[in-house]
Design a binder for this molecule. Structure first.
Ligand SMILES: CCC1=C(C)/C(=C/C2=NC(=C\c3[nH]c(/C=C4\NC(=O)[C@H](C)[C@H]4CC)c(C)c3CCC(=O)O)/C(CCC(=O)O)=C2C)NC1=O
Length: 162
């Protein structure tokens, strides 16, 4: 896993150079946003189950997906879906704190699309639920932190192939 700091340092290290102005500027803006990131992570962790519940209500409930024949039908599959949304929320929060997407590639997206396709988990509906979490999260943490969280929610959605 990388973060905004190791990312910049590694780039300079391969060239054997001190950090240039561009690297310094990107570090400065990361450090300046530190409090915002930590505050947002605290709000998200306190409200995680509410965020997921609202997102499910917005995107999935009373659709064909929760009816017989749908992929969320049966308690086991419903619970698997909620658990997946919790993974997406938690790992997006880690990535937002780190200011880097690498943790999402390594721990979330690796092999995920193939798993979903082989189990018939609908990717379009999953993306809709993640987008709903993005909206609900932004309404709780405010526009600046919400925009930053949006980067990582969107990254998962594009990694799923949408
Ligand atoms: C931390 C990284 C990580 C991820 C991301 C992960 C996802 C993941 N979700 C799975 C299943 C599943 N995922 C869903 C999810 C959904 N179905 C829907 O219709 C909805 C649209 C959607 C929720 C938004 C469902 C229903 C299953 C069970 C499918 C089945 O067994 O038939 C499975 C198969 C194994 C299992 O059932 O536990 C994996 C590996 N596992 C991990 O370790």
């Amino acid at each position: 896993m990388q973060d905004a700091i190791t990312n910049v340092i590694n780039k300079s290290d391969v060239q054997g150079l001190y950090l240039d102005t561009t690297s310094m500027t990107s570090l400065e803006s990361y450090f300046a946003s530190g409090e915002l990131r930590v505050k947002a992570a605290t709000t998200i962790s306190t409200n995680a189950s509410l965020i997921i519940k609202d997102a499910v209500a917005k995107a999935l409930l009373y659709s064909d997906i929760t009816r017989p024949g749908g992929n969320m039908y049966t308690t086991r599959r419903y619970a698997a879906c909620i658990r997946d949304l919790d993974y997406y929320l938690r790992y997006s929060t880690y990535a937002m704190l780190a200011g880097d997407t690498s943790i999402l590639d390594e721990r979330v997206l690796n092999g995920l699309k193939e798993t979903y396709n082989s189990l018939g988990v609908p990717i379009g509906a999953t993306v809709q639920a993640i987008q709903a979490m993005k909206e609900v999260t932004a309404s709780l943490v405010g526009p600046d932190a919400g925009k930053e969280m949006g980067v990582y929610f969107d990254y998962i959605c594009s990694g799923l192939g949408n």
